[in-house]
Design a protein around this ligand. Sequence first.
Ligand code: ADP
Ligand code: MG
Length: 212
Amino acid sequence: MIVALLNQKGGVGKTTLALHLAGEWARRGDRVTLVDADPQGSALDWSEQRAREDLPRRFGTIGLARDTLHREVPELARTVDHIVIDGPPRVAGLMRSALLSADLVLIPVQPSPFDGWASAEILRLIEEARIFRPQLIVRFVLNRCATRTIIARETSQALSDQDPPAMRTTIGQRVVYATAAQIGRLAFEIDGDSQAANEIATLAAEIRELIP
Ligand SMILES: Nc1ncnc2c1ncn2[C@@H]1O[C@H](COP(=O)(O)OP(=O)(O)O)[C@@H](O)[C@H]1O
Ligand SMILES: [Mg+2]
């Protein structure tokens, strides 16, 4: 399975979710490669930090921030079970290439009832990609949800009305995600019983149901 985390907005959680999904599937014994398609290379930085500290590798990380992604990724996918693409901000060529590589596109968004979740641009790029890849599956993932607030409740009511639809599993606003990223860890390595570890496992399982 090839999953791409895409949203041209920065800071929505593409890298956080890419690392955690890759880590979750690897923890279950699948072979995973994470493709860092962001020229900033924050996923690569994370994996280099782990290497420096002699932490277990868990999954390979490759920097591929170029718009030939759609030709290179299928090749990479032959040797592993899953490829997770950590997408770039605001680079249309790269975004197009990532859209052409993926079986599933996840668009992390911070839920807000006040404005639409995605910009017109990414939705337009997705429509364009669907011409070539009618089988492409696209879902929003609500990230940084403040649980039990009115905003979160209103937003979750709107989940099923969205096009593209949203994943049932939502990801909370939790300090452990920020800490994990900073110190080259994954949330489950900091606390295996945490809500963060649980919601990532639930999201990973929901994705596996979408793409058997
Ligand atoms: N669910 C979350 N809870 C708390 N902090 C988060 C969460 N998701 C992302 N962050 C933090 O927000 C910042 C941006 O996230 P990041 O994954 O780097 O976004 P992107 O890759 O889309 O630019 C990072 O500092 C990250 O640690
Ligand atoms: Mg990022």
